[in-house]
Design a protein around this ligand. Structure first.
Ligand code: FE
Length: 339
């Protein structure tokens, strides 16, 4: 009698408990840093009871996912930049998702035509200038950076970084290959020094007087402005942001995305979808601005108050997938002009 009970108990534990545990947990492969996604995940768990495990890595997660194949424990992929997100799709690592909520919360140009990946926040690649050296209205378009007037005045991180490949692709989409290459050539001719450093380093170079003009993702302005390091806070004192291509008939400023998708072999797609839907909800969308100075993708949500202070702008509504598709040609141009 006793052994029968024990056997039934063991049977119960081995059959039901793991599935109960599984059902309430998801595994996330993330290129997004822990400080950034943890506040979202805590709220998500609080609201849904679904626990999250995060594998964070800057590099190699797509390769890992591919190598794991159908044995992969991954449910959700979170990453930044369409260039990186697209790689997952290209390797056929994402599951198509049917979700009215996602379609409602994310504009059509910021998600995959096959519903395999979704933009979750936006970042504008903006021009940053020394406001004591560059007068209002002197630079209004990305194209202006090719003007010989700015010879020796521009600093930049290497062209092959995914952020610059993105802006190159947006110029390519707007101007066509020949004119885009001409632009890139003239831009490189205007450089004050060899391309080097990250986005923050460009603002530092402006502060140190090495150059007056650079390109950065908008959120770095906020990160520097509110940095714990007083030195970094000084770098932004004399700079201002220019949202390019705002003229009436112009295309608007290039924006890129952070985004995510559901792993093709996720055993837990329902909960994975719950996370993606949560990340586009009004509550979560507000957090992107507050934590990292990123813009909401959900049109029902206003940018954070701090972001509103930096100015309103119109964005280029080019389908973001074009930026990824033009990536290889953009890289060729970048190589040819030595950016
Ligand atoms: Fe970044």
């Amino acid at each position: 009698m006793k052994t029968k009970f024990v056997n039934i108990l063991i049977l119960f534990i081995t059959t039901f408990v793991p599935s109960l545990l599984l059902a309430n947990e998801i595994n996330i492969y993330s290129h997004r840093q822990p400080f950034l996604i943890n506040p979202f995940l805590e709220l998500f768990t609080e609201e849904t009871g679904i626990k999250t495990n995060v594998v964070y890595s800057k590099k190699g997660l797509a390769q890992r996912l591919k190598a794991e194949g159908d044995k992969s424990p991954a449910d959700v992929i979170l990453t930044v930049d369409i260039g990186r997100l697209y790689i997952y799709d290209d390797l056929d690592l994402l599951a198509p998702i049917n979700s009215k909520k996602l379609l409602n919360n994310i504009p059509i140009y910021l998600r995959s035509p096959e519903n395999t990946w979704f933009g979750l926040s936006k970042r504008a690649r903006v021009i940053v200038v020394n406001k004591n050296k560059i007068k209002d209205g002197e630079i209004t378009r990305i194209e202006d950076l090719a003007d010989t007037k700015w010879k020796g005045k521009i600093c930049t991180r290497p062209g092959s970084h995914v952020y610059n490949r993105g802006i190159m692709a947006s110029v390519l989409a707007a101007l066509g290959e020949e004119k885009a290459e001409q632009w890139a050539k003239s831009f490189v001719n205007n450089l004050a020094k060899r391309p080097q450093g990250n986005d923050r380093a460009q603002v530092k170079a402006i502060y140190e007087g090495e150059c007056d003009i650079a390109l950065i993702n908008n959120y770095y302005f906020g990160k520097l402005k509110f940095s714990e390091d007083p030195e970094q806070r000084k770098w932004v004192e004399n700079v201002k942001l220019i949202f390019p291509n705002q003229g009436e008939n112009d295309r608007g400023a290039h924006v890129n995305i952070s985004g995510g998708g559901i792993a093709k072999y996720s055993k837990n797609k329902e909960n994975a979808l719950a996370l993606l839907e949560f990340l586009t909800s009004e509550k979560a969308q507000k957090l992107y601005g507050e934590i990292n100075f990123e813009y909401p993708v959900n049109p029902k949500v206003l940018p954070s108050l701090e972001l509103q202070k930096w100015g309103e702008f119109r964005e280029d509504n080019l389908p973001i997938i074009k930026i990824a598709e033009l990536g290889p040609l953009s890289q060729k141009i970048i190589d040819r002009v030595g950016w």
